[in-house]
Design a protein around this ligand. Sequence first.
Ligand code: ADP
Ligand code: MG
Length: 594
Amino acid sequence: MKKFEALGLNKPLIDAVSDLGFENPSEVQEKAIPILLENDTDLVALAQTGTGKTAAFGFPLIQKIDSSSRTTQGLILSPTRELCLQITNELKLYSKYVKGLNTVAIYGGASISEQANQIKRGAQIVVATPGRMKDMIGRRMVDISKIDYCVLDEADEMLNMGFYEDIKDILANTPEEKLTWLFSATMPKEVSVIAKKFMHNPKEITVGTKNAGTSTVQHEYYVVGGRDRYPALKRLADTNPDIFSVVFCRTKRDTQKVAEKLIEDGYNAGALHGDLSQNQRDLVMNAFRKKQIQMLVATDVAARGIDVDDITHVINYQLPDEIETYTHRSGRTGRAGKSGISMVIVTRSELRKIKSIENKIQQKFISKKIPTGMEICEIQLYHLASKIRDTKINEEVDGYLPAINDVLKDIDREELIKKIISVEFTRFYNYYNKSKDLNTTDGEGRGERRKDRNSRGEQSSNGSVRYFINVGEKDNYDWMSLKDFLKDTLNLDRDAVYKVDVKDSFSFFNTDAEHTENILQTFSDFKVDGRFVNVEVSKNPGGGGGRGGRDRGRGGKGRDRKRDKRRDRKSSYSKSEGAGNSGKRRSKRRDGFF
Ligand code: ADP
Ligand code: MG
């Protein structure tokens, strides 16, 4: 590992580095800094979030800029206000020993004339969001016609957010001979287009593995009756016990109401919309970052600044009016090399929109069914069993063991397991036991596209078999790799295995019935890495649920809160969706809800 001195940084920067307490350069810094210092070249650098990209471009930029001239020489474009401020603060720290160097942030939601004044006083480096930048160019408040360096930071994110046209317009105001440095966590098609179009023979560096970005998002839709949106949303959450999601609604009012309902029903939810004060929004965002909130219900505008990387699901409670907006929504997940799912709850009359979105994003949707009550029970059951298995034993219970043993002494192991599981399971069971199927048929003509849909309709009762398998995300499977594993192990065609839903420590999949014997036989005594891999036929033929559910190492506090809240769930469930027992007050409220 090279030290910072060896990268060619000058004294003012080295001094700042030592003040910051950075001991060694990160990988992207080690690779990018020498290239940028020694060459006048364009650069494409791919590195995950948190790898130190700001210094990777910031150090060379600061060193190359002539701080004795007041001309704006460097422009950094970044997707959100938060990132813009973050970069500006970092650059100020980096350049604290560089005399006369001024870095100014320009972004929306703050006084434009104040920002224009700061620029007027002289800013060699401008850090900007594309929207505000374009605005200020239009008003001649900033001059970028003489810049030498342009940095596109978080390029994938900027494109995800629909800033392509803005970026193009901004670049049209910069000199042809400037150098462009593009930094991105992922390399979706759109980013390579930018690289081709606006850059000249860029050098490329990659830290970690490259990935295709947007293709890591799976798009799914669920057709329900208009009144069933809310119960459908709850089921999607219950199918994915470890969900960490953004739920999009169209209006501030719906956003607030859905969040309130979820909270009332015992979910860790929060609302994010423009009627909240900045302070309230910060509180919600902090809780979300800490994963104390698992379902963040948001409007499109409010969700723009969300810079959280491990969102597992985006749920479109309602479809947006603009197709573009859908792209921005689904781009909240599948970031930083992770996979994600974008779910859409639609009514039959909205199915046309799915088609137009498919055309626009050039990706197919999978038609999925809202899981039945019994499917959810099964998933919760396995989830609970794995949770018990993985629970760290609290040594404090030791002292109480004799007394506890005494209470439980007449119960044998099998009975004990049944009882432990029933403590939690009965709650779900009672709630879902007689619940109705929420799915409406999704119209003709769409049923043919994928194997997994054929099996849903006429075929599901006779031809398709659903299996439980005791491996999941914990064993490093995602739906694609599990599908590959099954197909290879069983010597089947790729299409023979479908509806692969990977949960945390177990999964489900389907095949046609003709393969069942072979499958059960193969896995009757099958080990991977010394561990038995076990397959059983699932009691539920379905498989409408998502494939999410990963362990996100939620802090102890969050878990406790969740458990406490869930304890209350039964009563709120039966209040809000239960069969015919909703109190008067409640039914009144429900009437007012959509
Ligand atoms: P990225 O833009 O890749 O997401 P940042 O540039 O924001 O990452 O850096 C993430 C954090 O790591 C920042 O708090 C930054 O100060 C810190 N950091 C950057 N480089 C180093 C380093 N070489 N050693 C220690 N910390 C670093
Ligand atoms: Mg960054």
